[in-house]
Ligand binder design. Structure first.
Ligand SMILES: *Cc1c(COP(=O)(O)O)cnc(C)c1O
Length: 340
């Protein structure tokens, strides 16, 4: 097993391609969950008729465990991620896992995988996953009342290698990322439905991501929430079912007032966005990148520079404030960390 210090090389690998050597797993059958087991990472035995393989009954979470200078390890906002996991399970009509049980799975597995947690800027990315395993292709319009829940953990490096690079984003006003009422499910199917739009935008405009703004309502990108930022003000869309309610988003809007920012949560249009970035900043939030500055937008074939085209100073300030809590440098005044 590697020791944390020698994980540096491992975390030079692309995000999500290095696997801690153990997983936690349990199954739902006959109306109840089996006790979970921790076992070596290994392929899953799935029936070719399994519900998930045909009808996409699958959802997941993504959270991080951080290592502090003193060597201790801490999960960030575990209970919020578990609550969202339960919401996703409900939306997919899957058996809803018990919060305490999922927490135990994550904590016990993390304790066993403690040596896999890299030093900052690396971390251990945790992926709880729930899939419908009912063997029946006749259940297209029925729930999968059998399921498998597993937790895997992947050591990851810094999201930005070799410096913070501002993102290039296409504003997409024709297509939706997913169906409007399913946006708040963290479901594989939502990624599948956004993929062709993202690949097309990359090919045609060389962008990093697509910001979905159907009916002129600015929502989010394929995998991150969207913020407009300037000195003393922060704006992001209010919570509604069209987009994924990010834990990073929630953390930033709780933290920002302490740093003197006024937070507004409301819907806004592409025109408002373009007006804001003339001398304001724009950024994406998510567990992987924390807060990533946007340098350029493409809209209806035209390029628009956001602020000075770099990671803005307020974006950097908010990003560091959140990172400092995760690193144990700033006090955890919201009780977001769980020591393992
Ligand atoms: C996971 C995810 C996010 C970010 O959520 P965090 O909890 O901040 O990591 C945003 N949008 C989508 C579509 C996601 O799947």
């Amino acid at each position: 097993m590697p020791v944390a210090e020698s994980l540096e090389k491992v975390t030079d690998a692309p995000f999500g391609t290095v696997f801690a050597d153990k997983m936690a797993i349990c199954w739902f059958r006959d109306g109840e969950w089996s006790p979970f087991e921790i076992q070596p990472i290994q392929p899953l035995q799935l029936h070719p008729y399994a519900h998930v393989l045909h009808y996409a009954s699958s959802c997941f979470e993504g959270l991080k465990i951080h290592r502090w200078e003193d060597g201790s390890i801490h999960a960030f906002r575990l209970s919020s991620h578990i609550r969202r996991f339960q919401t996703s399970a409900e939306l997919l009509c899957l058996p809803v896992p018990n919060a305490k049980e999922v927490e135990q799975m994550v904590l016990e597995l993390a304790a066993e995988c403690r040596d896999w947690v890299p030093q900052h800027p690396g971390s251990l990315y945790v992926r709880p996953t729930l899939i419908g395993t009912l063997p029946s292709i006749g259940a297209a319009a029925g729930r999968s009342h059998e399921a498998c829940l597993f937790v895997i953990m992947s050591p990851v490096g810094a999201y930005f290698r070799g410096g913070l690079k501002p993102l290039r984003i296409l504003i997409e006003d024709q297509h939706m990322r997913t169906s409007p009422d399913f946006g708040r499910a963290k479901a594989g199917a939502n990624y599948a439905s956004a993929l062709s739009h993202i690949l097309k935008a990359r090919r045609e405009y060389g962008v990093d991501q697509v910001l979905f703004a159907p009916n002129n309502d600015v929502q989010e990108t394929g995998a991150a929430n969207f913020f407009l930022i300037r000195d003393e003000a922060l704006m992001t869309k209010h919570l509604d079912p069209t987009f994924l309610h990010g834990v990073t988003r929630d953390s930033l809007i709780k933290l920002a007032p302490e740093l003197g920012y006024q937070v507004s949560e409301r819907s806004f249009t592409t025109e408002e966005l373009l007006a804001w970035i003339q001398n304001g900043e724009a950024a994406l939030s998510g567990t992987a990148a924390i807060l990533a500055g946007i340098g350029t937008f493409i809209y209806k074939g035209r390029e628009y520079r956001a602020g000075n085209g770099e990671f803005g100073p307020n974006t950097l300030k908010l990003r560091s404030a959140l990172l400092d809590i995760q690193k144990g440098i700033a006090p955890d005044s919201f009780n977001w960390l769980t020591r393992i």
